[in-house]
Each structure stands twice: as structure tokens, then as C-alpha cells.
Design a binder for this molecule. Sequence first.
Ligand SMILES: Nc1nc2c(ncn2[C@@H]2O[C@H](COP(=O)(O)OP(=O)(O)OP(=O)(O)O)[C@@H](O)[C@H]2O)c(=O)[nH]1
Length: 197
Amino acid sequence: MLVGDSGVGKTCLLVRFKDGAFLAGSFISTVGIDFRNKVMSIDAMKVKLQIWDTAGQERFRSVTHAYYRDANALLLLYDVTNKASFDNIRAWLTEIHEYAQQDVVVMLLGNKVDSTHDRMVKREEGEKLAKEFGVPFMETSAKSGLNVELAFTAVAKELKHRTMKEPDEPKFQLQVVNNWVCLGIMTFVIVCINTFT
Ligand SMILES: Nc1nc2c(ncn2[C@@H]2O[C@H](COP(=O)(O)OP(=O)(O)OP(=O)(O)O)[C@@H](O)[C@H]2O)c(=O)[nH]1
């Protein structure tokens, strides 16, 4: 799921990743939520990503909240030419903490790095914030395509890794433990019955 303030470039980033193009011209704000699928190859395996593009505008916040809990990964964007969008990242992280799954994959992206003259947020500031919250960080440009494929691939790899991972405890071991617990309880009950009758 793509999240972040309105105008940071969520839709453009998704279009760049999906179609390899840049949506130049007038800015059409997303209404509510939208999604696109993309199949990509990760370590010779086909992985289908369903990517949800959310509206950054405050008035749609209640709509997007409902989608957080089903998200496996969140790409949290700010615009490097818009300091307020960077300052709001802490609030977004609080929201993620409140509504998303505890183990959700989060990646912080500073978008629009092609606009070098208008830059208001230094790369180091993004890195520092990401380090503070223990999330990976990249600077991207939906316009030039810089790091777009790389960001989505990194998240897809992490999700594939998590999906393929064996559970820590094999199920049969848990069952053996449960059987021993049951046997213990039954023995205790029988001893009690014999003692009191
Ligand atoms: N220079 C530059 N402009 C960009 C980039 N990404 C997006 N934009 C521009 O920023 C504006 C907003 O982009 P969107 O992708 O619609 O923003 P959004 O985050 O989806 O906005 P909401 O739908 O309102 O949440 C548009 O005018 C885009 O052309 C980028 O990487 N570089």
C-alpha cells in the first residue's frame, strides 16, 4: 500500500513502476483508494503484487484506515521539495502503528529527487528518520524513474522471503507437548478422584 501526504507522488510512482511512464501535467488527486497488479520475477519465481494507491487527502483518511490491516507492506512517501510532507511522516508512522499489522513491512521513500533546485529535505534527514524508526530508506523519482523498480523489488523480496519462511516450531512438536500436558492433567484428576472417594 502506498501512503503519504497528498501530492507526494504516490500515483505517479505506481504508474512509473507499472507502466514505465510518468504522468506529467495537471495533478489529479486520488479519490478514496485504487489498486493495480503487477507480476514480477523475484529469484526466478513469479510474484504477483497487488498495489493499493491511497488518497493522501485528510478527508479520505477513514476510508484508507480500513485497508491498513490487510496490507503486508507499506511504502510511506514524502516529497523532498515539500518540508511539511516530511514533517508529517511521524504522524503517518503513528497511524501505521495504530492500524496496520504489527509485522507489516515499511519502507520510507523521499520522492521527487529530480527537482534538485527545489529540494527542501536533505538525504541525510530522511536517512536519520528512517534509522530512528528502524525502516529502510530510499530516495526516488517517479519522473526520472530513479530507484522506483529497486524500491518495489526490495519490498517484494522481503515479502517473498517471509512467505516462504518455515515456521519456527514444527507443528508436531507442539502436539507432542500438548499430549504430555493432557496426560499430566488426566493423571492429576484420577489421583484426586481416588483420594477423595
Ligand atoms: N518533479 C516530479 N514531480 C512529480 C514526481 N512524482 C509526482 N510528481 C508530480 O506531483 C504531483 C502529484 O503527484 P501524484 O502522484 O498525483 O500525488 P499523490 O501522492 O498520488 O496525491 P494524492 O492522490 O492526492 O494522494 C503531480 O503533479 C505529479 O506530476 C516526481 O518524481 N518528480
